[in-house]
Ligand binder design. Structure first.
Ligand code: MSP
Length: 652
């Protein structure tokens, strides 16, 4: 037996700052599908994923939650693993960047680079964006703000170790030239050259001193290794770098690093340069995919537009979710997640095209041939057309898969499905039955069964559950990939048996509402869980609607207030501290609206104040009352009065 060839795939390691959403799931589904595909083709595939657990942002998040970083991160990592289990993602290594083994390997890598003179100590100066954990030069800022996220930056100088990235510019350009397949899609390569390499590269700061949630620099414990050397090394440590040399040598270099477009730069500039510095061979290619957007915006919890995969899986199954993300979004480009489209595709592609083909075929073989697949003896031209479409699909699908074009690969399979459905309409088996043309009817039944075999074989890497369900009904035993290129491999005499419809027909409007409601419920549930856990001072929204009486309403004392002063909270990014005049008295009120308003904008505004809310301390500052605001998910707006009215006026 010949030894299987190794194939190594990676996804990024995800930040466990929050539960993973559909965007993260996308990369992982792609990696898993590619793994299945390569395995079917006879490769020995290794797939690494994991979580990127160090850095200031995660440290801050854990602090806000009043927890140690690991206490904060552990449940999120557990929920990520749960999600991959639910989706039956078959990874081989899950690297947590806080694994002691990984940390040790990262220190060894850093030491090695230092010993080789690739890393030196200097001073870093620049504008720092804490949420992005990035330094920016004056020229890079956009209107004085972070060019990535648009948030405030602050000027900062600190001692730092630097990697001599600038020395690698020419080698990188040569790499791109000699290996045009290294960065894909092609457009991303041009972006890298034009935006980062054309005018020269700067050395890269690779350590920090301002916080200690990271891997310590082995020879200078004041510094922690800054995220990218730590995170990127997971691709090496996942396959045993510095630990299991045999395994490492077997799988390295990676065949494909799958990454989102915003981190292509790290994977195609910093990563190959680091590998060159370490004298390690370079990965074959880095594929930068687009984002799944929601209402044309990037999904994010803070924008309130997160789509979680769990409700989709619970309601419609793994295959429906996989089919949608692989089919709907052109790999490499951004695409919108539209719930209607998801349900519509289930109806048109899965239920109508595939589901109907399977159920019609089996029902006819049961009706006309007592459930036994007959032999085919009476061929006609129309058969050749079907046979050609079915047998030619294999190489076309393989070509598309080679360029990671999952959407077109599926479209190609659907061409066969649609062609086979058309074949039923063209051959009209019910008329053949009526006319008692049994020989021809047998041929048609056989051709349908064998086309289904080819379709099922091609679908195996994508929709394994569906293929299994078809195989049970059609009694397909082994579906060999190479056989998808041949017609006639189904053994006549095979007994078929109709048991179930593959996909139900869905009422689009009803299902859209149901899915959106389930997603919302999950968002609320997670929000509540987090708040309960953190025992935080934020207001928990009730999702359940309950009526209150007028007496209940009267208990809430609302009055018009005039904002006299507004300042940033000294210890919390999201909070503003207001002095609000309400008639005779002035109240101090802390409100979580910093994201939507600058403090100055609100001074002099009339607002509505809930006066009898129990006083609380929010991050150490006392708050007496609450300012009312309307929440539209992405935007909060303060409530005010239409006409000018004295502060202190009662609201009823
Ligand atoms: N931790 C780094 C990666 C280090 S890899 C050595 C990171 N983590 S992340 O959690 O922010 O993002 C991980 C991946 O998820 C990225 O490739 C990113 O593009 C992807 N996605 C996050 N949201 C996404 C969408 N809405 N759509 C598609 N993918 C997106 O970056």
């Amino acid at each position: 037996m010949t030894e299987k060839k190794p194939y190594y795939i990676t996804t990024p390691i995800y930040y466990p700052s929050d539960n993973l959403h559909l965007g993260h799931t996308y990369t992982t589904i792609i990696a898993d599908t590619l793994k299945k595909y390569k395995e079917i083709q006879g490769y020995d595939v290794f797939f690494t994923t994991g979580t990127d657990e160090h850095g200031q942002k995660l440290f801050q998040k854990s602090e806000e939650a009043g927890k140690t970083p690991l206490d904060y991160i552990d449940p999120i990592v557990a929920s990520a693993k749960e999600l991959w289990k639910k989706l039956e993602i078959n990874y081989d290594a899950f690297v947590r960047s806080t694994d002691p083994q990984h940390e040790k390997n990262v220190q060894d890598i850093f030491q090695k680079l230092y010993d080789k003179g690739e890393i030196y100590k200097s001073v870093y100066k620049g504008h720092y964006c804490t949420p992005c954990e990035s330094y920016w030069t004056d020229a890079q800022l956009v209107e004085g703000k972070c060019p990535d996220c648009g948030r405030e930056v602050h000027y900062h100088e600190e001692e730092s170790y630097f990697f001599k990235l600038s020395a690698y510019r020419d080698r990188l350009l040569k790499l791109y030239e000699d290996h045009p397949e290294f960065i894909q899609p092609e457009s991303r390569k041009n972006e890298m050259i034009n935006n980062f390499l054309k005018d020269g590269l700067e050395d890269l700061s690779v350590s920090r001193t301002g916080f200690d949630w990271g891997v310590p620099v082995p020879f200078d414990e004041k510094h922690v290794i800054y995220v990218w050397i730590d995170a990127l090394s997971c691709y090496l440590t996942g396959i045993g770098y510095g630990r299991v040399e045999k395994e490492f040598n077997r799988y390295w270099p990676a065949n494909v690093h799958l990454v989102g477009k915003e981190i292509v730069r790290f994977h195609t500039i910093i990563w190959p340069a680091l590998l060159m510095a370490l004298d390690l061979p370079l990965p074959e290619r880095v594929f930068g995919h687009g984002w799944i957007l929601f209402d044309a915006d990037k999904m994010s919890k803070s924008k309130g537009n997160v789509v979680y995969p769990e409700p989709i899986i619970d309601l419609y199954g793994i295959d429906a979710l996989k089919y949608f993300v692989l089919r709907e979004f052109t790999f490499g480009q951004d695409g919108n997640f539209v719930t209607e489209k998801f349900i519509q595709r289930m109806n048109s592609d899965l239920c109508n095209d595939l589901g109907n083909l399977v159920s019609r075929t089996i029902a006819m073989i049961e009706k006309y041939n007592a459930g036994i697949i007959p032999a085919a003896d009476k061929k006609e031209d129309v058969d050749n057309e079907l046979i050609q479409t079915a047998t030619e699909a294999l190489t076309i699908v393989e070509d598309y898969m080679e360029s990671l074009n999952f959407s077109q690969a599926l479209e190609e399979i659907w061409k066969v499905i649609r062609r086979t459905n058309k074949y039923i309409d063209e051959t009209t088996p019910w008329i053949l039955a009526k006319e008692k043309d049994e020989e021809r009817l047998d041929t048609v039944m056989y051709n349908l069964a064998d086309s289904l075999r080819i379709i099922s074989t091609l679908l195996k890497p994508f929709l394994s559950h569906t293929v299994e369900r078809i195989s049970i009904q059609m009694n397909f035993n082994d579906l060999f990939w190479e056989d998808a290129g041949d017609f006639g491999k189904t053994a006549p005499g095979t007994k078929v048996h109709k048991t179930e419809n593959l996909f139900p027909r869905l009422d689009v409007k009803k299902e859209v509402e149901r899915l959106q409601a389930e997603n919302k419920k999950l968002i609320e549930k997670r929000k509540k869980e987090k708040m309960a856990e953190n025992n935080k001072d934020e207001i928990i929204e009730e999702t359940k609607e309950e009526f209150i009486t007028i007496d209940d309403f009267d208990k809430v004392k609302l009055q018009v207030g005039l904002i006299e002063k507004a300042e940033r909270h000294p210890d919390a990014d999201k909070l503003l501290v207001f002095q609000v005049k309400v008639g005779e008295e002035t109240r101090q009120i802390v409100s979580g609206i910093k994201k939507w308003y600058e403090p100055e904008e609100l001074v002099g505004k009339k607002v509505i104040v809930c006066m009898n809310l129990k006083p609380v301390k929010l991050r150490g500052v006392e708050s007496n009352g609450m300012l009312l605001a309307a929440d539209k998910g992405e935007k909060l707006t303060m409530l005010s009065v239409l006409e000018d009215i004295e502060d202190g006026a009662e609201v009823s």
